[in-house]
Design a protein around this ligand. Structure first.
Ligand code: DGL
Length: 268
């Protein structure tokens, strides 16, 4: 039987948190990872533009042989790209927001905080989804400094701690008992966030439940197998080459360049 191929994309290295969870849940799958580094950060961009980028990238990953695409980017879900993709493409497209919300609903005592990019917060997608699941209180907080910090390779230290304190103090004061990482870059900041909020707040990474759902759809890929993953970027490859191996736990020997909008692929 042919190897299962899963496409994953994000604006940068954030989606590697999703790729890592997929690798653990589907060790037999081949991954195609695309970092849209020409447009990172996505956070302040209009959702219509993010939807255009996402649909181009999904199309590209399918043409490269993906059996399914996992949107490793909350902004894409906030833009509604998965709904358009379901109507446009015959193969499955998975998004992070639903599994992330269900995972939070399962552990919360009633007050959930969501940290995300400005675009995701403005869309209100987590608030709507969590409230539809019966969560009584939802507090959403945009954290625009986090993505640039992570793309620079910073995951702790004074600069990170200052940003964490500034963004999370309102959530702590609101009494959240559960915090959702509503941006795939943010799990890299888990340690300083956990220190700031303390052990009483459950931290939810949507990637875990999402990966379990993809594994349920592709049981053949749950069996470990030798795989050769491929990595693409639309702009500078630096963050992927520098931070990728550490974040993903895998060597990234080469990154292929692809324009978004997709025109051609060039290998570095
Ligand atoms: N990591 C992406 C997300 O989950 C986008 C981050 C960004 O580029 O602002 O939304």
């Amino acid at each position: 039987m042919a190897q299962v191929t899963i496409g994953v994309f994000d604006s940068g290295v954030g989606g590697l948190t999703v790729a890592r969870a997929l690798r653990e849940a589907l060790p037999g799958a081949r991954l195609l990872y695309l970092a849209d580094t020409a447009h990172v950060p996505y956070g302040g961009r209009p959702l219509a533009q993010i939807r255009d980028f996402a649909l181009q990238i999904i199309d590209f990953l399918f043409t490269q042989g993906a059996d399914a695409v996992v949107m490793g980017c909350n902004m894409s879900a906030a833009s509604g790209a998965d709904e358009v993709a379901h109507a446009r493409f015959p193969r499955p497209v998975f998004a992070v927001v639903d599994p992330g919300s269900r995972a939070a609903q399962a552990v919360t005592r009633g007050t959930v905080g969501v940290i995300a990019t400005q675009g995701t917060v403005t869309s209100g997608i987590y608030g709507r989804t969590l409230r539809a699941l019966g969560v009584a209180q939802v507090h959403e907080q945009a954290c625009p400094a986090f993505v640039p910090l992570v793309e620079r390779g910073l995951d702790d230290g004074p600069e990170v701690e200052a940003a964490v304190a500034a963004y999370l103090a309102p959530l702590r004061d609101a009494g959240v008992d559960t915090l959702v990482f509503g941006c795939t870059h943010y799990p890299y900041l888990r340690a300083p966030i956990a220190r700031f909020l303390g052990p009483g707040v459950a931290l939810v990474d949507p990637a875990d439940l999402l990966a379990a759902e993809v594994a349920a759809a592709f049981p053949a890929a749950v069996v470990p197998a030798p795989t050769e993953h491929r990595f693409f970027c639309s702009g500078a490859p630096d963050s992927l080459l520098r931070e990728g191996p550490r974040l993903l736990g895998l060597p990234i020997p080469r990154v292929e360049r692809v324009d978004v909008p997709v025109e051609q692929v060039v290998t570095f």
